[in-house]
Design a protein around this ligand. Structure first.
Ligand SMILES: [Zn+2]
Length: 369
């Protein structure tokens, strides 16, 4: 984005995003609520409210009559005014969800993907899957786009899958562009774990501090929410949490190093010792806490959710016992509030965020100020 040409649009979108953020967190709001929450002028807020009402994103929900002063119109978000589809592309499955503007998941469907699937096979599966979401025909006009949470490494900014772990046909595949052409929808591509942590951040709202989503599913990855935004790293390759070493003399990992968290965990899980596998994961989580000082750790992924209590207990205990933390250093450990839908739902929310949320540049300005 070039600032010179984008300033007017940027400011308009930015103000709109601030009002939408209020609408998403408060059940109802009025002009004065927004003025107070955002610091915008009453005139600016009136303009944005008029535009959002005309677009059908918010609607009047009554009038409040204070004891003194003029009656005030009360507004609310219109959740079904816009939808987005989220896709979670795993090694053997494709999960699709339909999410509304308020972040509610309306439908969720899983279909198998062929072993070692090609980009063409994924595009066909996406196309077929989207068509089977019920009522999608009626919602077409309200569909903002498709978000894809995919196995990395990938280049989020350019919509390029670099070398998806364990998938032979995925080397420098411009998936975003291919999917936009194939499906006729705007597409947003991100790493699965980054999409996942976005979903958790949406659901928790402003109270969500620095956090990590740990996903155990085929491999182990971490999605990070730092300073109020998703953290992707210098090359959008952050999150290779499974390839941090926990045993210098451990088994050889696919990445070429010995004793990575992922391979040590895998050996324990393969041997059927889930309790030990969970403790291995917990060691990695404590390493993360010591490095990043996180407020929340969210546990997710099909393999982990197969034994939710074992993992939750192991990680919670390790966080309390192993990280020698003072009472003022508290970290909440929880299972994903969206269960198996978290990655797909987060991918959909990223699409809604891109169109109706705080633009990323603005976000970093707020956080950085
Ligand atoms: Zn490794």
């Amino acid at each position: 984005m070039t600032r010179v040409t984008a300033d007017v649009t940027f400011l308009r979108d930015y103000n709109q995003a601030l009002v939408m953020a209020v609408g998403r967190t408060a059940r109802t709001f009025e002009r004065s609520t927004v003025v107070e929450a955002t610091g915008l002028t009453p005139q600016a807020v009136s303009k944005v409210i008029a535009r959002l009402t005309a677009d059908g994103l918010i609607r009047p929900a009554g009038v409040r009559r204070p004891g003194i002063g003029k009656p005030a119109v009360v507004y609310e978000l219109v959740p079904d005014s816009r939808y987005a589809i989220g896709a979670h592309v795993a090694r053997r499955t494709l999960r699709l969800v339909l999410v509304d503007l308020a972040g509610t998941v309306h439908q969720s469907a899983v279909s198998p993907l062929p072993r070692d699937f090609t980009p063409e096979q994924l595009l066909d599966a996406l196309s077929a899957g989207i068509d089977t979401l019920a009522g999608i025909g009626d919602q077409r006009g309200r569909l903002t786009g498709l978000g894809i949470g995919m196995i990395g490494p990938l280049d989020h900014a350019n919509g390029l899958v670099r070398d998806a772990h364990g998938l032979r046909h995925w080397h420098d595949v411009p998936l975003r562009e291919l999917a936009e052409k194939h499906l006729g929808l705007p597409v947003h591509l991100d790493k699965d774990v980054t999409a996942g942590i976005t979903a958790e951040a949406w659901r928790h709202g402003a109270t969500f501090g620095d956090a990590a989503l740990i996903m155990v599913e085929s491999g182990i990855g971490g999605g990070f929410w730092l300073g109020g935004a998703a953290h992707r790293g210098a090359h959008t390759n952050a999150g290779e949490f499974g390839h941090t070493v926990v045993d210098l003399t451990g088994p050889l990992c696919v990445c070429g190093r010995h004793g990575c968290l992922e391979i040590v965990h895998h050996h324990a899980a393969e041997a059927g010792d889930i309790a030990h596998a969970a403790r291995v994961l917990a060691v990695g989580v404590v390493n993360l806490l010591q490095t990043l000082d996180l407020a929340h750790v969210v546990l997710a992924g099909a393999d982990l959710l197969g034994h939710p209590q074992t993992y939750l207990t192991a990680v919670t205990e390790a966080v309390q016992a192993d990280a020698r933390r003072a009472a003022w250093l508290s970290t909440r450990v929880a299972l994903s509030s969206l269960g198996a839908d978290v990655i797909a739902a987060g991918a959909a929310m990223q699409v809604l965020d891109r169109h109706y949320g705080i633009p990323e540049l603005a976000h970093s300005l707020i956080v950085g100020s």
